[in-house]
Write a protein that binds this ligand. Structure first.
Ligand SMILES: C[S@@+](CC[C@H](N)C(=O)[O-])C[C@H]1O[C@@H](n2cnc3c(N)ncnc32)[C@H](O)[C@@H]1O
Length: 197
């Protein structure tokens, strides 16, 4: 399965729409709990897909850089033509090497349902953490796996905690981000949060 094949119909899927809405609400809750908000924030939405979360971030943030490796997904977002959103198609390490993504440039990085698909998740989190400004937050949502399970569709609490910690992030929290039921399907992904010291 290629993510590009999903692009044309991604935004029409009720579960996908409900997931991104609930993810955004959980993000707002985390920011409020940490005495923060999106006003003036420079955001990187990593693994943005067609931008369902990006759109919501852009309504409140100063600007959002939306990165995804799937051209067709990014093309759908580009067609939405959101003024303060910069859609970018590419691989994380290549965008860093080319200077398209700068160290310390972001106040917030969101990774909604993408980290478990990465070839080297801990290495990617370390690269993302380097892109955060001091006090910046990284949030990731992923299906929960039990410890020891090996599946491309999720991550365990311990794997998330280990990766965020190894990336030098502090004030970690890892737990169920939200619970949402769509057409009988219960979605209760993990939400991992870390702060750049
Ligand atoms: C389940 S979709 C989530 C899309 C979006 N975040 C959302 O919530 O609607 C996973 C996304 O991760 C992207 N992705 C997978 N591997 C990636 C990588 N190495 N770098 C950037 N994006 C990646 C896919 O192209 C796809 O758009």
């Amino acid at each position: 399965m290629s993510w590009d094949d999903e692009a044309a119909t991604w935004d029409t899927q009720p579960a996908v729409r409900a997931y991104s809405k609930a993810a955004f609400q959980s993000l707002q809750r985390v920011l409020m709990e940490r005495g923060s908000n999106l006003t003036g924030a420079r955001v990187l939405d990593f693994g943005c897909g067609t931008g369902l979360l990006t759109e919501q971030l852009a309504a409140e943030a100063e600007r959002v850089m939306a990165v995804d490796v799937a051209q067709a997904m990014v093309a759908v977002l580009r067609e939405k033509n959101i003024g303060n959103v910069e859609p970018v198609c590419g691989l994380l390490n290549e965008l860093i090497e080319s200077g398209s993504l700068s160290m310390g440039a972001f106040d917030l990085i969101t990774c909604s349902s993408v980290c478990s698909f990465l070839g080297d998740y801990p290495a990617a989190v370390a690269q993302l953490a380097a892109l955060l400004a001091p006090d910046g937050l990284l949030l990731q949502w992923d299906w929960e796996l039990e410890d020891g399970a090996d599946d491309a569709m999720g991550l365990s609490r311990s794997a998330i905690t280990a990766a965020l910690s190894a990336a030098g992030l502090t004030d970690l929290s890892v737990g169920v981000g939200f619970t949402e039921t769509v057409e009988g399907f219960v979605m209760a992904p993990l939400l991992g949060v870390g702060r750049k010291p």
